[in-house]
Design a protein around this ligand. Structure first.
Ligand SMILES: Cc1ncc(COP(=O)(O)O)c(C=O)c1O
Length: 459
């Protein structure tokens, strides 16, 4: 004969299975009636618990044939927890709980775990102990996805331990403070020099640039410089400056559209097609430029597909246009992703040109925090020569001792990312980046081929 306790499992299992089947039937019935729902109204019903009664908001849905069912999807967990917080406590229990003070043995033994409220949306009158708050926040963040499993994070999610240590050691440095952190500023300049050379700046040109918070800020600066140069040029000729426009493909990332909207430039967003490989279509560029075009944003590494847009082809179209009309339209290359991929993977492959080798490319941006392989918070903008950054955009500041030149949108910003960008550049060198980027491309191709092989695609 079976021992009594060994029956418990099957009995419980059967009971749970039965309850599950009833639940499934109710859900199926509810779903089946969804399309016939006529009117909905809210009611509050009282559920009796052991202890004080609790209110639970439930929607009652009435169907066209007069049947009504209850939709429990509106259960508000915040309200439930608040109402039921003390439901199980006797008067004696409540008194006992009040006696509990802060424990430093474990954050969970503290009164902040049950008695004292740690508010979510307003500033508490008094704070709570560091270990408890740390644990609370850490536990809450467990609900987040894991960055290293996130294939759509838009930023690097891994750095080597040495880089992470360098970052931690320099977390409190402000990039705005040139005078106090000269070594960091020297590193910043070195990064700009390395990137300018990597992107093919010519001898005799004086490249100028800056770290930014990401590619978005860098793109805005690149666009702004184009707008100012266009304005200066037009004003010098006595021409109007009220209707600037900028060209980009419909695949453009939001940062490019934001530039147009925030800086009052008409965005000429050209449709992309299968024929154009879902990239900016050179034929459409030809048809949409005019004397008010401040520049063309050309993307190296489209957000949607990773495609490089045809910078060289578009550059030639703009050359021809200049020959015919005398109007000189610059290109800004958005290399948010490709700026750190193309230099290493195109190496020696003789592909089309995309960088400062083309005279028409006046500025390039990239995200240090994408394929620059740094944690979130760094982008770069480089102009091929300082003459392409209008003086009007450069501020001279004297707050912090010496004279400081500023031409970024932000003043204070983290410096640690710049330090570890330099770490990566020096540590990996050309070969290291080359290996990593080739590996990324191999993985990307494998993934896309495998997805195709599943057969789950539109024909
Ligand atoms: C093509 C392109 N441009 C600009 C951006 C914006 O870059 P960031 O996130 O560094 O601001 C992205 C981001 O995904 C992008 O893919």
């Amino acid at each position: 004969m079976a021992e009594p306790h060994s029956l418990l499992g099957p009995v419980l299992g059967g009971l749970l299975g039965f309850l599950g089947a009833i639940g499934a039937a109710i859900i199926a019935y509810f779903l089946a009636r969804q399309d016939r729902v006529q009117q909905m109204d809210e009611e509050r019903i009282t559920l009796l618990f052991k202890g004080p009664p609790a209110l639970w908001t439930i929607r009652t849905i009435t169907t066209e044939d007069g049947l009504s069912c209850r939709d429990v999807s509106k259960v508000d967990p915040e309200e439930l927890v608040e109402r039921l917080h003390d439901a199980h406590l006797t008067e004696g229990g409540k008194q006992l709980r009040k006696l509990t003070t802060t424990s430093h043995l474990t954050p969970y033994g503290s009164r902040y775990a049950s008695e004292v409220e740690v508010p979510k949306y307003r500033l508490p009158e008094e704070g709570a102990p560091a270990d408890t708050v740390y644990q609370l926040i850490r536990d809450e963040l467990d609900l987040d996805g894991r960055p290293n499993l996130n294939l759509a994070s838009f930023v690097g999610t891994y750095m080597e331990p040495n880089a992470t240590q360098l970052m931690t050691e320099n977390l409190s440095k402000n990039l705005a403070d040139n005078d106090e952190y000269p070594a960091m500023m020297a590193i910043h300049e070195r990064c700009i020099s390395i990137l300018a050379q990597l992107w093919g700046v010519n001898k005799g040109e004086k490249a100028i640039g800056s770290a930014t918070t990401g590619s978005s800020e860098a793109i805005h600066l690149g666009g702004l410089a184009m707008k100012r140069r266009w304005q200066e040029h037009r004003r010098a000729k006595g021409l109007g400056t009220s209707r600037p426009n900028i060209i980009m493909g419909a695949n453009a990332q939001v940062a490019l559209e934001k530039f147009a909207r925030y800086f009052e430039v008409e965005a000429r967003i050209l449709p992309v097609s299968k024929e154009s490989n879902y990239r900016l279509d050179p034929e459409l560029v030809k048809k949409n430029i005019d004397e008010n075009t401040i520049g063309v944003f050309v993307i190296l590494g489209s957000t949607y597909t990773g495609h490089y847009e045809p910078v060289e082809e578009i550059s030639k179209i703009l050359d021809e246009y200049q020959e015919q009309t005398g109007i000189d339209i610059p290109i800004h290359v958005d290399g948010a992703s490709g700026g750190f991929v193309a230099p290493f993977t195109y190496a020696g492959a003789g592909g089309p040109k995309w960088n400062f080798e083309l005279p028409r490319v006046k500025s390039i941006n990239t995200s240090g925090h994408k394929y620059g392989l740094v944690y979130a918070g760094v982008g770069w903008i480089i102009w091929r020569d300082e003459s392409y950054l209008p003086q009007h955009l450069i501020f001279e500041l004297h707050y912090l001792g010496g004279t400081e030149k500023s031409f970024a949108l932000n003043f204070s910003r983290p410096g640690a990312q710049i330090i570890v960008q330099y770490y990566n550049l020096i540590h990996l060198g050309f070969k290291g980046y080359h290996e990593i980027m080739e590996n990324c491309l191999t993985n990307a191709r494998l993934l896309s081929k495998s997805l195709e092989a599943t057969g789950w695609r539109r024909r």
